[in-house]
Design a protein around this ligand. Structure first.
Ligand SMILES: Cc1cc2nc3c(=O)[nH]c(=O)nc-3n(C[C@H](O)[C@H](O)[C@H](O)COP(=O)(O)OP(=O)(O)OC[C@H]3O[C@@H](n4cnc5c(N)ncnc54)[C@H](O)[C@@H]3O)c2cc1C
Ligand code: FES
Length: 253
């Protein structure tokens, strides 16, 4: 884990007000894995006080990329960085996706900005496995396809692709999915992960999901990011330390 002051190299505006921040950080770029995250101090002042967690979206050489849209003060401050501004970054943090399991096809399931960790996951899978990507949103402007390969989209209002949610879209392809040795990788809102869990248990699919919650320290000290364990009723896991990527069967969601 590094604490580094890393310079912003480029702020790229994607479609639908999505921002991609390119940051020079050879230390982090050389070790970070898909699904791991960074805890970012967004300003040089005490406001906002807490760091903000972001998945690594991609890595190119010595550069790391973050993907976000403007929600509040933290993301606003990040979006307003100028070239060469330094950002205080803590990371890599957490446990990422496991790519060395026994599967032939990676099935990536994203809801909204849940696509954020997938460009790097897609890059790391490369041509080693097949990739099918399923991207869901409420409406067409929520569907982000940057860095995604071989994708289908769903929208709840039917403005793009399949009309319905992304798990319903996945269910349409059940025959194909059952005929291949697949592993599902997911990231999105809790409601999506919860519905995906039921789908995976029903069809006996392996699935790892990246979960989100409010965080403070980002590395297991403050106990501020609990998620209920499915294996031991009295036990809570920490999203920042035990996750954010979990086997979907290990958590109550
Ligand atoms: C492990 C992890 C990885 C993450 N990766 C990414 C990423 O790659 N890209 C990205 O855009 N975001 C990501 N997030 C969420 C991101 O941390 C928050 O969006 C960010 O902290 C918002 O900061 P802010 O100061 O702009 O908004 P705040 O002022 O903190 O919040 C503004 C509004 O957004 C809501 N909000 C805050 N966080 C979330 C959230 N996680 N989900 C839904 N609503 C939220 C708040 O309730 C509030 O209404 C991740 C979170 C975690 C825990
Ligand atoms: S954020 Fe502090 S323990 Fe997880």
């Amino acid at each position: 884990m590094f604490i580094t002051n890393a310079p912003v190299k480029e702020t790229i505006k994607l479609e639908n007000d999505i921002i991609l921040l390119k940051i020079y950080s050879p230390d982090i770029a050389s070790v970070i894995k898909p699904g791991e995250f960074l805890n970012v101090k967004v300003s040089q002042t005490c406001f906002p006080l807490l760091r903000r967690p972001f998945s690594v979206c991609d890595v190119e050489g010595d550069h790391i990329f973050l993907m976000f849209n403007i929600l509040g003060e933290g993301t606003k401050a990040l979006a307003n960085k100028n070239k060469e501004d330094l950002i205080d970054i803590l990371g890599p943090l957490g446990n990422g996706f496991h790519l060395d399991d026994n599967f032939d096809t990676a099935v990536l399931v994203a809801g909204g900005l849940g696509v954020a960790p997938f460009p790097y996951l897609t890059r790391m899978i490369g041509n080693k496995k097949n990739i099918y990507s399923y991207i869901g949103g409420r409406t067409n402007t929520d569907v982000i396809t940057y860095g995604m390969k071989n994708f289908k989209a769903s929208t709840e209002d039917g403005s793009l692709g399949f009309k319905g949610n992304v798990v319903e879209l996945l269910a349409q392809d059940i025959d194909t999915l059952k005929s291949e040795k697949i592993k599902i990788f997911a990231c999105g809102p809790n409601a999506m992960i919860s519905s995906l869990k039921q789908f995976c248990v029903k069809h006996n699919f392996d699935c790892e999901a990246s979960t989100e919650c409010a965080m403070a320290c980002g590395f297991g000290i403050c106990q501020g990011c609990p998620i209920e364990s499915a294996n031991n009723k009295d036990k809570y896991l920490l999203v920042c330390k035990n996750g954010p990527v979990f086997n979907i069967r290990d958590i109550v969601i």
